[in-house]
Design a protein around this ligand. Structure first.
Ligand code: PGA
Ligand code: ZN
Length: 426
């Protein structure tokens, strides 16, 4: 036995930022190092994600995770105890093999991920290194460009508007601290605009964004663009806009259904509408513009939106196989990386590497149901993903990640990616 041999694995049911149960896990080594992590959970979940195992029934409205916790205690702990925390890659692969079903459908992706993260963190603790340093792929750790939620809709805001995220991307910022200061100013300006229009800016959505009920989706683009000006920043030059359509949530009979505007558009008409917006507003990035299985539509979108970062979230589901197909078919030029879509740190890490090798941008992302954990910041820095998406500038599960990045920048060992990490990559 070595000092980093795992001697104990403990799992329990914790709560996420939406107040729903989720799997927490603690891994302890012989030398006394501890890794502890809580699995995040999405609301606009894609069909191709690792399976989130829930108990069903009436307890916690069916969201309980006692089954997943029991899987950690009963099957994963015996597999992991006795192994070295440094062997996270082999452990993750063995957990996948033990599960035996695609997407960790038997044991639960939430069970597998909580263990994977806790092992990863226990390794860093055993090494007495910050997490990012144990992942470092490149010459220097890189602080990512943040993509920050300002207005929310869709599944995160009770359908206030249809599109899920309207985000600020501080492309002109010269440091991460400046980036956060700028987007905070923009959020405050947008909150004032919402209040002036008779809305109620105190109402925030799942990721801390404003959940204003507007007459149209384009109104959100107008508010955000004027908010940038009101904050004293130059739209496009200093502060750009990103949207996450989360289109898989809107597809009905093959059309994109916009309830706010009482209309349904086919893929081509919808992409044409988005292209008009790109002409009118300082949009640099469009996520999940079409449904997760509309591969032909995505290729059309890629041609219709040249020079724009097209991000696959539900499309790729942080899965190397789906990413490979997207690369072959020219479907998108950026991938959103969510560790719980993958079910393990190792599977997500492989997606980051494959995307980089193919020239796609990488955006490490939190979930709408997230936790006070801050390991996401270290994953982004250590993997040298050029971008990170965490939600808005408020609510502690969001600020935990921003604050960790501010700490890393203040420590002086890192460089800021700036706009370089945004696709199309130069
Ligand atoms: P989710 O949303 O965590 O609810 O899936 C995040 C996103 O779609 O980017
Ligand atoms: Zn998304």
């Amino acid at each position: 036995m070595t000092a980093d041999s795992i001697v104990r694995v403990l799992a329990w049911e914790a709560l996420d930022s939406r107040g729903r149960p989720t799997v927490a896990c603690r891994v302890e080594t012989a030398g006394g190092a501890v890794g502890r992590a809580i699995a995040p959970s999405g609301a606009s979940r894609g069909a191709h994600e690792a399976v989130e195992r829930r108990d069903g029934g009436t307890r916690y409205g069916g969201y309980g995770v006692r089954g997943a916790v029991a899987a950690v205690q009963g099957e994963l702990a015996p597999l992991v105890v006795g192994r070295r925390a440094a062997d996270r890659v082999a452990i993750d692969d063995d957990i996948e093999a033990l599960d035996g079903e695609p997407g960790f459908a038997r044991l639960g992706g939430n069970a597998a991920l909580a263990v994977s993260l806790a092992v990863t963190l226990a390794h860093a603790a055993a090494e007495r290194e910050p997490l990012w340093r144990t992942l470092d792929d490149g010459p220097r750790p890189l602080i990512p460009m943040p993509m920050v939620n300002i207005l929310s809709g869709g599944a995160h805001a009770g359908g206030a508007i249809d599109l899920q995220d309207f985000l600020a991307v501080p492309v002109g910022a010269s440091s991460f601290a400046e980036a956060i200061e700028w987007v905070s100013r923009v959020r405050a300006a947008c909150a004032a605009a919402v209040d002036a229009a008779g809305g109620w800016s105190a109402l925030v959505a799942d990721e801390g964004g404003l959940s204003a009920r507007l007459d149209s989706n384009e109104d959100a683009l107008r508010i955000l663009t004027s908010g940038i000006e009101d904050a004293g920043l130059v739209p496009g030059e200093q502060l750009a806009v990103a949207i996450d359509v989360a289109a898989s949530q809107l597809v009905e009979d093959g059309r994109i259904r916009l309830a706010t505007e009482s209309m349904g558009l086919d893929s081509a008409a919808w992409v044409a509408r988005v292209a008009e917006w790109v002409g009118r507003y300082p949009i640099v990035s469009v996520e999940d513009v079409l449904g997760e299985d509309d591969w032909d539509g995505w290729a059309v979108a890629a041609r219709a939106l040249p020079g724009i970062q097209l991000v696959g979230d539900d499309l790729f589901a942080t899965d190397a196989g789906r990413l490979a197909r997207g690369i072959r078919e020219g479907a998108a030029n950026a991938v959103l990386v969510k560790v719980n879509q993958a079910g393990s740190v190792t599977r997500a890490e492989r997606v980051v590497r494959a995307a980089r090798a193919a020239g796609l941008a990488q955006i490490v992302s939190a979930r709408s149901g997230d936790t006070e954990d801050d390991w996401l910041a270290d994953l982004a820095v250590g993997w040298r993903a050029g971008q990170i998406k965490v939600g808005s500038t408020m609510r502690s599960e969001r600020t935990a990640k921003w604050n960790r990045l501010l700490e890393l920048e203040a420590s002086g060992e890192t460089a800021f990616a700036g706009r370089r990490g945004i696709a199309p990559l130069g």
